[in-house]
Design a binder for this molecule. Sequence first.
Ligand SMILES: Nc1nc2c(ncn2[C@@H]2O[C@H](COP(=O)(O)OP(=O)(O)OP(=O)(O)O)[C@@H](O)[C@H]2O)c(=O)[nH]1
Ligand SMILES: [Mg+2]
Length: 346
Amino acid sequence: MRAGVDVQAVLAGDRRALARALTEVENDTPEGRLALDAFFKYSGKAHLVGVTGSPGAGKSSLVNQIALHLRHPQVGEPLKIAIVAVDPSSPFTGGALLGDRVRMRDLAGDSGVFIRSMASRGTLGGLARSTSALARVLDAAGYDLVLIETVGAGQSEVDIARLAHTTIVVEAPGMGDDIQAIKAGILEIADILVVNKSDQPMADNAERALKAMLDLAHPQQHSAFERLHHRQLAFEPVLPVLPVDADPSPTEMWVPPVLRTISTQGEGIEAVVNAIKDHAIYLRQHGEWQQREAARLQEELNELLLAALAAQWQERVDKGNIQRVVQGVLDREYSPYQALQILLKF
Ligand SMILES: Nc1nc2c(ncn2[C@@H]2O[C@H](COP(=O)(O)OP(=O)(O)OP(=O)(O)O)[C@@H](O)[C@H]2O)c(=O)[nH]1
Ligand SMILES: [Mg+2]
């Protein structure tokens, strides 16, 4: 017999129950959906930290070191850490998972760490949704910090920045001119920039290039989150967008630090951990933490509503009729707007 998700056991810290819950949620089963509903009210506390960057830049090594550091702090209590590795099953990076597991062994056996690999299957949108759902379960399960590793590639980078409170972009030296090409895009998403493999030659160049890019960037930039969400909300929301009472001071802006690390030797990690903590403080002090939660939840609701309305409409309407109207547009018989009027009457 198949047991469902034991929400209470997950909340009580049962790792096997958690693993099972994550599987159901990742597979988007009916049990998984019910569990997500039940977990929702316990979520909203964890600091979600995205780690992205080029294949092989050292993301897994860095994540490993950050987790180790937070588990063995010099002062204070160790945080409970969850790691979600979005398994890059792309042809470029296939096979990285085994390596990740090997490096993650430093953390194995620590009951305050939970590591989960996720297969990146399905559509990008689906991946973003399931990453967000897994993070929500881990958050509800009491993990203080959820590190989400994903290979930087266009949309997935933007998705991670929209999900995470703090986005770390990891680069390695020796990419020469590529670093310029690393697209001004990373400035849109990076809250913390890391030049990993600084034991290698060209680390200075990489650092300089990143700093130069930052200097060139618009000085008025707020955090990555703000830029993305303002852009996102430029889309017409279907639901009213409720304002959040927050007034970020324009005099105090988060400037993404550029930090050097040697993840294989654990060097420079403390500065990264401090930057993560500082960023969380910054977000909270400027009301961005709350704004971001609000924006994310409202977007989610908006998306669900749009999808449900479209599905309802499609169920109601005869496919043949839709096709005829679409054909009418292709034949220039109706304009798209006229077609819409017809479709809405079906
Ligand atoms: N010299 C040097 N090698 C490093 C450093 N950090 C990581 N590496 C090595 O670089 C390789 C890739 O490291 P990973 O941590 O797997 O990189 P990744 O970005 O997670 O890789 P993918 O997930 O496959 O994109 C491994 O062989 C690491 O041992 C570093 O600071 N210095
Ligand atoms: Mg990796």
